[in-house]
Write a protein that binds this ligand. Structure first.
Ligand code: SF4
Length: 439
């Protein structure tokens, strides 16, 4: 039996796709192993957003070569689509497959040979029109279910449309089938994943379905305890979606909503499709329905033209906003995007300073949110994540929780009381045996 190992960089979408490709290999008789188990085939699923994507890719290839010099090394993912030639020149790479080809890797493998020159199969991104469904199972306590791919927006900083192509989606009927398969496993939580999820519903270039209808349909699938939306653009997060998810039994009160800048001037330059007033309105709408909802925010610092005043606009806006944490990104120039040609490049040192300020603000926001939750009773999904005798998990509203390790709790949903924040910034819970509900 041939052995195959995977390494995934980047987002939840990549994890769901690696998982599906690995199942294809297992169904064809491959044994899925760890990198260190001397696999015959190494598959590296890359990301173009990750800082130093090229360096990381090189490092992993080198590691693979060290483990098995005769192993076959294939590179897929966003970076493979954007820079196929550059990757093919990395020593030790045997094949590079683009967005339109990656799901055919298993079929193509027998046609590849190990030689001095890597095989490159990366068509132009406009060829990536098919939707390949994917979900991760058993890799984690939660499953990432891919419902949408690609993006038709043209944000000035973003390479994702170039790496993943146009917006396209699975049909609701197919997604429900996948959700039922997932429900039949022991998976407790499903994370709906995509590039621009709110834009769900385009099939073969035509809008035929709506995200809110997917939300309503998947909410009816028995056997799934929790459903989370990975991230949704504020302009696509409608009142109907907010109201439905916050009153459903299965959707959790947690939204991750990219903001990117709190300055309207910068939002316009970024070609985002909303202004800060709309964002504020979305946050109030959510918080008015469920005040304990968790709201996460993506924000970019150092975009061209961002003056100190613009940055402070963002800082003060976020400081005032009732949100729970930030994901801070330091702007970095990407080839073939509009931003690098804009005036007002922000020096890297300044970008880093702004990033640090927002990271500190994020810690403050998170702490405030966690403090507001102390004393409340929540449901925790415990993960297989044990450190120093403690295990971890998340509440429905995304509070990271620690409890004394008990192997029986792994992948279990338990009701706990949140007691205090420990030195690691994680919320500890009452002695589980004392407060857990019996099932
Ligand atoms: S919405 Fe903007 S940032 Fe998000 S994937 Fe599309 S182009 Fe990129």
């Amino acid at each position: 039996m041939k052995k195959v190992a995977f390494y995934t960089l980047g987002c939840k979408l990549n994890f769901s796709e690696t998982s599906t490709i690995s199942r294809q290999f297992e169904n064809r008789g491959f044994q899925k192993v760890e990198f260190s188990d001397t696999p015959d085939v190494f598959i590296i699923n890359t990301c173009s957003v990750t800082e130093n994507a090229d360096k990381k890719c090189k490092k992993i290839v080198k590691e693979a070569q060290k483990i098995n010099p005769d192993g076959f090394v294939a590179i897929i993912g966003c970076y493979a689509q954007l820079k196929p030639k550059e990757i093919s020149e990395i020593e030790g790479v045997d094949a590079v497959l683009g967005a339109a080809e990656k799901f055919r890797l298993l079929d193509l493998l027998p046609t590849f040979q190990k030689s001095d020159e890597a095989q490159v199969l990366a068509s132009e991104i406009k060829e990536a029109r098919a939707f390949n469904n994917a979900y991760s199972v058993n890799d984690r306590t939660r499953t990432f279910l891919k419902v949408q791919d690609g993006c038709n927006y043209h944000c000035a900083f973003c390479t994702i449309p170039l790496a993943r192509g146009k917006s396209r989606s699975d049909s609701i009927a197919n997604i429900i089938k996948s959700a039922e398969e997932i429900a039949a496993t022991d998976t407790k939580e499903v994370v709906l994943t995509g590039v621009n999820i709110g834009d769900f519903g385009i099939q073969e270039g035509k809008r035929v379905e709506k995200f809110v209808d997917l939300v309503k349909a998947i909410d009816q699938v028995n056997g799934i305890d929790r459903i989370r939306i990975s991230s949704i653009e504020p302009n696509l997060l409608t009142n109907e979606i907010i109201e439905y998810t916050l009153t459903s039994n299965r959707f959790v009160p947690h939204f991750h909503i990219p903001l990117q800048s709190g300055s309207n001037k910068i939002l316009r330059k970024m070609r985002r499709r909303y202004l800060r007033e709309l964002y504020e309105d979305r946050v109030s709408k959510i918080k008015n329905i469920i005040p304990d909802s968790c709201i996460g925010v993506d924000v970019i610092v150092g975009f061209p033209g961002e003056t100190e005043e613009d940055f402070l606009d963002t800082y003060n806006f976020l400081n005032e906003l009732n949100i729970s944490y930030l994901h801070v990104f330091t702007y970095s120039e990407r080839a073939n995007t509009a931003a690098p040609d804009m005036e007002g490049t922000v020096p890297m040192k300044e970008r880093n300073r702004r990033s640090k300020m927002l990271r500190i603000l994020s810690e403050k926001k998170k702490r405030q949110f966690y403090e507001s939750q102390l004393g409340s009773t929540r449901t925790v999904l415990f993960e297989d994540d044990v450190q120093d005798g403690m295990m971890h998990g998340f509440t429905e509203n995304y509070v990271r929780v620690a409890a004394k390790y008990d192997p029986l709790l792994i992948n279990e949903l338990k009701t706990v009381q949140l007691t205090h924040i420990n030195d690691n910034g994680v919320v500890e819970v009452e002695e589980p045996e004392m407060v857990f509900e019996t099932h």
